[in-house]
Write a protein that binds this ligand. Structure first.
Ligand SMILES: Cc1cc2nc3c(=O)[nH]c(=O)nc-3n(C[C@H](O)[C@H](O)[C@H](O)COP(=O)(O)OP(=O)(O)OC[C@H]3O[C@@H](n4cnc5c(N)ncnc54)[C@H](O)[C@@H]3O)c2cc1C
Length: 805
């Protein structure tokens, strides 16, 4: 595949019909298909899978999931706020290059419920296209055969043999490992691409989507390209041709993260990070789901093959049963993959049976941890916060009990003095499996992940039924859909190429032609303090800096950067003062971009209140940017010189970046600061008697640094006693002088908000807030617990579920 190159080899700017962010399970087949008729660029932050033996073999599954590094390993580890370790693919082929290789088609019912426009013939063709290339029939050996037989004995019927279809009963599913145990992944599908039309860049981390400048947040925004960095920190722009699209295929964690970093998300939340809002989209990062996995592992008295998931039992009670067998080196902590850690120095053959539930109904949130795209966002799945999920888990674990009692499992028991029994590694199933309470406790205590996390950009809220980001032209999210936690469907790539395209009217066309000769107007008379010098990156006299006047007197450099950084080619900016009059300078990568920026900003209303309207001109010389140094130190007011000079350098990158050290993460509008979430409550408020869980992360003893305009948090309130979750929240600790508008401002923008009722009492005020559903209420319960509202004084509010409502 000669079209797969290291991103360092790409030009700093280029144009494409489609820019696909993420060369994973969704991105690769989509790119291959679109390349038939269009010029396509795939940007993948990871490297090649083919030369890595751990990626390419079944035996490598565990090592890949247990050996991580921060930026380059094919799997990127993360632990959700629920305390469950998890992983995401970071390699060409995405998570399909590190997963367990089990393949199944989607359930028929899924198409009806998905909210997406499907063409069933195209879906069928797409399945066949994928299956022909990378799906194989596995040959069952000892453990998988015994599980198949045991499932049938346990009543998971009928037996459907080898089948790629989803149907109740027991079946052997497809595998992306071939008969010699070699992995095939979505990366293989690039072999089906039209080589002359496609470029795949490795180690290309997309930092954000670029939008054409717009004067109004209400109007539809236009995506015009993306900015990405390569391994050596070079920044590249991949711009769209007319009618082109940016398609986000960055996975369930990466896609909402990129939307947020690009300014599409809840307005107050974005503002709290200093990210300019391109589109207020309150549900980005909401409704994050992960299918809980629970199960048991046993030591086998007989040697077992190394098998990942091949057989599945699809029950009618909302749970699926699967199995794996691994030869595990127990000398080092085996980490929680299919097993709980152990420190035994033995090598053991371990077999696992697990159940996972359909759905799930419980959902959580994704929030930014940093504006560095390489850093995992913070996710929380709220496992079992919906009682239906717990009930399904109890059904599933009970079925594991039935399976263990089947005759097919007898061969895996050891002789004991009292008879034969299993030797469990990690927790065994409860003895009294008829007791719902005890089984529920087991589910909560042993919850793990099956790595089917999804959501964050849900259809109907963030993307429409054609997967277009609502309110934005030329930007789609393309997703792998996980239905009921098992059935995976590749939404047909052909559908993308065939229909659903719409007209894109670029307001900011990329610059295909060589730059026009630049006419450099003389700077305005008051600009003689301009700190300009010749930039050392370009030879000759190409001026690519604009001069901006008309800024309000109290303008901050950061505000100017926030305005400019979405413009193609933007590199750096600076505000200088002549007396009280601010003068802005902005450097672009080419004169063409500078001219375009000059025209786009001309006469823009910068601040309606202070009636400041921008006036822009080409500067005489280029802005010199070199980490806080300005070429002519005497030419302007020293005290205000390059106030953000050092900030231009992104952590770890050597070239200028628009992002700055972020304020402490908050989930609320300006003026409110949420403390870190309360300690993990594994019982989520449900009436389940408590059993020990992994220790929650300790709360920081010192208050978080408050971003400017935020009230410092003086009291961290942790609400440990609470009533069962419902869709209404009680807010206490609001103080005597709480401003109702401030309260409303905070809560009315939270996803799912319905209504608010404030009750003023003699000395204090309380408030009840109703949400559309329990999940929305639960998310606010977690994210705003202890937040300080300025008018309430310095005490954080207490959020509880009310006793009755
Ligand atoms: C350990 C594990 C086991 C699993 N087992 C199975 C299984 O047996 N069967 C099954 O059906 N499913 C399984 N899954 C789930 C399945 O693999 C995923 O649901 C599916 O691969 C997701 O596809 P995707 O295209 O949405 O994301 P991915 O395949 O993860 O692709 C996203 C890609 O985007 C890239 N990316 C992210 N952000 C950026 C950025 N800013 N710039 C550039 N690139 C970026 C990532 O590096 C990645 O390559 C498993 C998952 C894991 C992790």
């Amino acid at each position: 595949m000669a079209f797969v190159v290291n991103a360092t080899q790409l030009p700093l700017e280029d144009t494409f019909d489609y820019v696909i962010v993420g060369g994973g399970t969704a991105g690769c087949p989509l790119a291959a298909t679109l390349s038939k008729n269009h010029r396509v660029l795939v940007l993948e932050r990871g490297g090649l899978p083919f030369a890595n033996p751990n990626v390419m073999t079944r035996e490598g599954f565990l090592p890949i999931l247990t050996h991580f590094d921060q930026f380059l390993s094919p799997a990127q580890a993360f632990t959700s706020e629920d305390g469950v370790p998890n992983a995401r693919g970071r390699v060409l082929g995405g998570s399909s290059a590190i997963n367990a290789g089990f393949y199944s088609r989607a359930d028929e019912d899924f198409y009806k419920r998905s909210g997406i426009n499907w063409d069933s013939r195209v879906v069928q063709r797409s399945y066949e296209w994928v299956e022909k290339a990378i799906v194989f029939q596995p040959e069952l050996q000892t453990w998988q055969s015994a599980v198949r037989d045991g499932l049938l004995e346990a009543g998971v019927e009928p037996y459907n043999g080898y089948s790629l279809n989803h149907s109740l009963g027991t079946k052997i599913g497809g595998s992306t490992f071939d008969s010699s145990g070699r992995r095939h992944s979505a990366a293989d599908l690039l072999n089906l691409a039209t080589g002359s039309n496609i470029q795949v860049a490795l180690y290309a981390s997309v930092e954000r989507v670029l939008f054409a400048p717009s004067y109004s947040l209400a109007s539809r925004q236009n995506a015009i390209g993306v900015v990405f960095h390569d391994l050596v920190g070079g920044h590249h722009h991949a711009m769209l041709r007319e009618n082109g699209e940016v398609i986000l295929c960055a996975g369930a964690i990466g896609s909402p993260q990129l939307l947020l970093l690009s300014g599409i998300g809840p307005r107050p939340y974005l503002s709290s990070w200093g990210i300019p809002v391109v589109r207020h989209s309150p549900y980005v990062g909401n409704y994050m789901y992960d299918n809980p996995r629970n199960g048991i592992s046993i030591v086998s008295p007989v040697p077992l093959e190394h098998s990942l998931i091949q057989v599945v039992g699809i029950t009618d009670s909302g749970a699926y049963l699967e199995a794996a067998s691994n030869v595990l080196p127990f000398s080092s902590p085996a980490y929680s993959v299919f097993l709980r850690p152990s420190s035994s120095p033995l090598y053991l053959t371990v077999a696992s049976i697990m159940e996972k539930i359909i759905g799930p109904h419980s959902s959580g949130t994704l929030r930014l941890a940093s504006t560095d795209v390489r850093t995992n966002p913070i996710v929380r799945f709220n496992y079992f916060s919906n009682p239906v999920d717990l009930e399904r888990c109890v059904n599933g674990t009970r079925k594991i009990g039935d399976l263990l009692r089947s005759r097919s499992m007898d061969d895996f028991k050891f002789w004991e003095w009292s008879g034969t029994d299993f030797r469990f590694v990690g927790p065994a199933l409860p003895i009294d499996q008829s007791n719902n309470m005890v089984m529920g406790e087991f589910c909560r205590r042993t919850v793990s992940t099956i790595w089917h996390y999804h959501g964050g950009c849900v259809v109907g809220r963030v993307v429409d039924r054609n997967l277009k980001v609502v309110g934005v032209h030329s930007l789609r999210g393309f997703i792998i859909i996980i239905v009921d936690g098992i059935r995976k469907s590749h939404p047909s790539p052909q559908q993308m190429a065939g229909n659903g395209m719409h007209q894109y009217h670029p307001q900011w066309p990329p610059a295909p032609a060589p730059a026009a000769p630049v006419v450099v107007p003389a700077p305005p008379p008051h600009s003689h303090h301009s700190p300009m010098s010749m930039d050392n990156r370009l030879s000759g006299d190409e001026v690519r800096t604009i001069f901006i006047s008309g800024l309000p007197e109290d303008v901050k450099e950061r505000e100017l950067q926030n305005l400019l950084r979405w413009l193609p080619g933007y590199e750096a900016s600076q505000v200088n003062f002549k007396g009280e009059v601010p003068m802005g300078f902005a450097l672009f990568s080419t004169p063409h971009f500078a001219i375009a920026a000059r025209d786009a900003l001309q006469d823009m209303v910068f601040d309606a209140e202070s009636k400041s309207v921008l006036h822009t001109e080409m500067a005489k010389k280029n802005l010199f940017v070199k980490r806080g140094i300005v070429a002519d130190p005497n030419s302007f007011d020293q005290s205000k010189r390059m106030r953000t000079g050092g900030d231009y350098t992104h952590t770890g990158f050597s070239s200028p970046s628009p992002f700055h050290a972020p304020p402490a993460p908050v989930w609320g509008p300006h003026g409110y600061m949420a403390p870190p979430p309360p300690p993990y409550d594994p019982y989520g408020g449900y009436p389940v008697s408590q059993v020990p869980m992994a220790a929650p992360p300790a709360l920081p003893s010192a208050p978080l640094p408050a971003p400017s305009s935020y009230m410092p948090v003086q009291v961290l309130l942790v609400n440990t006693k609470d009533n069962p979750p419902c869709n209404t929240l009680f807010i206490g600790n609001l103080g005597e002088n709480i401003n109702e508008e401030e309260l409303r401002g905070l809560f009315s923008v939270q996803p799912g908000f319905k209504q608010m009722k404030v009750l003023r009492q003699e000395r204090h005020t309380v408030c009840f807030i109703e949400f559309e559903d329990v999940n929305s209420a639960t998310n606010v319960h977690h994210s705003l617990q202890g937040a300080v509202i300025p008018s309430s004084g310095s005490v954080g509010m207490r959020i509880q579920y009310p006793y009755t409502f």
